[in-house]
Unconditional design. Structure first.
Length: 266
């Protein structure tokens, strides 16, 4: 019996690479993306099934969850890989700061809606070592009380949320992990992140999408990860560095409660 994986942000970069590798290994891959042409092209190339959603709209996330639930009897792995750094602060169609919505609220909502299908499976979140540049403040998740500074600290904070979300899922009995893929040479992101990617590529410090996808593939396929559920990986190594605001007692549960309220979950 083949395994099923849903990969968001699978129309390019590490998501596309992971989709191809897992499809080649016999997995049934749901290729989720925002751009219709790229998403369908990747799905056709790897032999997967395309699904479209714009994380700027939570109604599209709900529609995506309904489509996936209707298509698959069981989801063995849900890989929340979509997201990015947004150079200029703005609001989503739902009125939330876009970095927060794209990187945390949308995958939080999607995962919760799909939990009945993922029961007994795994949830994987693409985090970042940039989490140490963030600072989780539940009174300012929307980043209205702090300077924007090109969005880097908001991005790092959203990746703290990714790490804490995995911990909260683990506390609820769902096997979950988060990981930093490394500095990957892709066109991921916009504005300042693209400029940094270009610098990293020219300097030879960036890794390939294949290398960046390896932690995702490993966490999806390993029969036993050898570490507790909820662990954050830096590449393939467990227990990566996490900002101190993520280590505050009760931070994960408090974030869950606020996130549920923001996306309209009981």
């Amino acid at each position: 019996m083949s395994h099923t994986i849903v990969i968001t942000g699978a129309s390019s970069g590490i998501g596309e690479n992971a989709a191809g590798r897992l499809a080649a290994a016999g997995w049934d891959v749901a290729v989720v993306g925002r751009n219709p042409d790229r998403t369908r092209a990747v799905a056709e190339k790897v032999g997967g099934t395309p699904f479209l959603a714009d994380y700027d709209r939570l109604d599209e996330v709900r529609a995506l969850a309904a489509s996936l639930a209707g298509r698959y009897e069981r989801i063995d792995v849900l890989a929340n890989n979509a997201g990015g750094l947004i150079h200029a602060r703005g609001l989503s169609a739902d009125g939330h700061e876009r970095t927060l919505q794209h990187n945390h609220l949308a995958p939080f909502l999607l995962t919760n809606l799909l939990l009945p299908k993922v029961a007994g499976g795994r949830v994987i979140g693409t985090a970042s070592s940039s989490n140490v540049a963030g600072r989780l403040r539940l009174d300012d998740l929307e980043w209205t009380k702090r300077p924007w500074l090109g969005g880097w600290r908001a991005y790092g904070t959203s990746k703290i949320a990714t790490i804490l979300f995995a911990q909260s899922l683990a506390a609820r009995g769902i096997e979950a992990y988060s990981f930093h893929p490394g500095w990957v040479a892709t066109s991921f992101g916009s504005g300042s992140q693209k400029r940094l990617a270009n610098v990293m590529t020219r300097s030879g410090l960036a890794i390939s999408p294949e290398q960046g996808a390896s932690p995702l593939v490993h966490l999806a396929t390993a029969a036993d990860t050898g570490v507790p559920s909820g662990t954050y990986f830096s590449g393939l190594k467990p227990n990566g560095r996490i900002d101190r605001s993520a280590r505050e007692p009760g931070a994960a549960e408090a974030l869950w409660d606020v996130s549920a309220r923001l996306v309209g979950l009981a």
